[in-house]
Design a protein around this ligand. Structure first.
Ligand SMILES: [Ca+2]
Length: 366
């Protein structure tokens, strides 16, 4: 690390090496002194720093608002937030989500793997009855429920290692670009744990505070989680049945219709139609309007609402027209690449499952 800020790149290599060694030694000595000093002199300050959130005026205002608006006990919330830890790794992670740094061809590779497809078939087999019930209750194809859980957590394998309390406090109090959103989610989390009788210190989730098989944030948990096994508890963190029902309910409530087309590959007859691509996830056009401007859309009604997407695939630029249910997938994660990955994974899992079912039938009924 260049602690002096000087430009060393123009000096001879040997000079730089000696200088680096010297600065490494200086750092080591300085570090030793600092660590000794902190042990000998600053220990009480280090302890106080652990409760830094409750020392802050903005956090005290936040606590007061929880008391006023939601009837929390001030001391109870203060103790809880004194227990919250700021995590630098959370701040690092939120600054570089894959959707913003990767092109489609690389993004797709993360999710469309034979391992994720095979595990999806297994997850479907293991939960076939519940998935069929979710499909008939909410009208959402089982393959889409399986694909969401596969993309979000590899079928429950990676549900997050951060305490939700730490994630939401770190982002709510120390990440200005989205502080308002995450403070609101922190409030939702405190309400959720109070309503559901959960320990707010104990729940684990992603760096953004998303929880369980389907990675619901707290406001989504409160609004869309369902008790799908009828035991009186909405447990999408540990109960697969509740998680499956909740993902399906989320889609249904966000306008999923179960149409025959979700997103279709298209061609541009007029290259100028490219300007209509990637204008956000909202269906701001109709299929008819896109056709009128030179987009060749197969098999969809002119009246259907639509959005045009451009994706940089391994084989070159591709264009797609997203329809109603594609938009519903983007309500889970506001990214067209995310929704296309979910759609393609769903189709791949459904195809692999019908092949394996056909093989099983052929083997068992030769
Ligand atoms: Ca339940």
């Amino acid at each position: 690390m260049n602690i002096t800020g000087s430009d060393t790149s123009k000096r001879p290599a040997i000079d730089r090496a000696v200088s680096t060694l010297c600065s490494t030694v200086r750092c080591a000595v300085l570090g030793l002194l600092l660590s000794l000093t902190s042990v000998l002199v600053f220990t009480p300050v280090v302890n106080a720093a652990e409760s830094v959130y409750t020392d802050r005026e903005d956090v005290q205002d936040y606590i007061a608002s929880l008391v006023d608006e939601h009837g929390f006990q001030a001391e109870e919330v203060r103790l809880l937030l004194a227990n919250a830890e700021r995590k630098q790794s959370i701040l690092d992670a939120i600054s570089k989500p894959a959707e913003r740094t990767l092109e489609w061809k690389d993004y797709r590779k993360i999710f469309l793997t034979s391992d994720r497809i095979e595990r999806g078939v297994t997850f479907w087999q293991d939960n076939a009855e519940v998935l069929a019930r979710a499909e008939s209750t909410y009208g959402v194809g089982a393959q889409y429920i399986v694909a969401i859980i596969g993309v979000e957590t590899r079928y429950g394998k990676h549900m997050g290692k951060y305490r939700v309390l730490d994630a939401l406090a770190t982002l709510g109090f120390d990440y200005p670009p989205r502080a308002k959103f995450f403070r609101k989610e922190l409030t939702e989390y405190l309400l959720m744990t109070r309503e559901e009788g959960m320990d707010p210190r104990a729940q684990l989730g992603s760096y953004a505070g998303a929880m369980g098989f389907g990675q619901f944030i707290s406001s989504s948990f409160r609004a869309y989680a369902v008790d799908f096994d009828g035991d009186g508890v909405r447990d999408i963190l540990r109960n697969k049945t509740d998680a499956i029902g909740s993902v399906a309910n989320y889609f249904k409530r966000h306008g999923w219709r179960g149409d025959s087309q979700v997103i279709v590959p298209v061609a541009l007859q007029d290259p100028a139609a490219d300007k209509l691509a990637n204008q956000g996830e909202a269906l701001r056009h109709t299929v008819g309007a896109l056709r009128a401007q030179g987009v060749v859309v197969p098999c969809a009604d002119n009246a259907a609402k639509a959005a045009l997407f451009r994706m940089e695939a391994a084989a070159g630029t591709q264009y797609w027209v997203g329809l109603n249910d594609f938009y519903a997938i983007t309500r889970y994660n506001h990214s067209s690449m995310y929704a296309l990955a979910v759609h393609q994974l769903a189709e791949a899992i459904a195809a692999a499952r019908s092949t394996s079912t056909a093989l099983t039938n052929a083997t068992e009924n030769p």
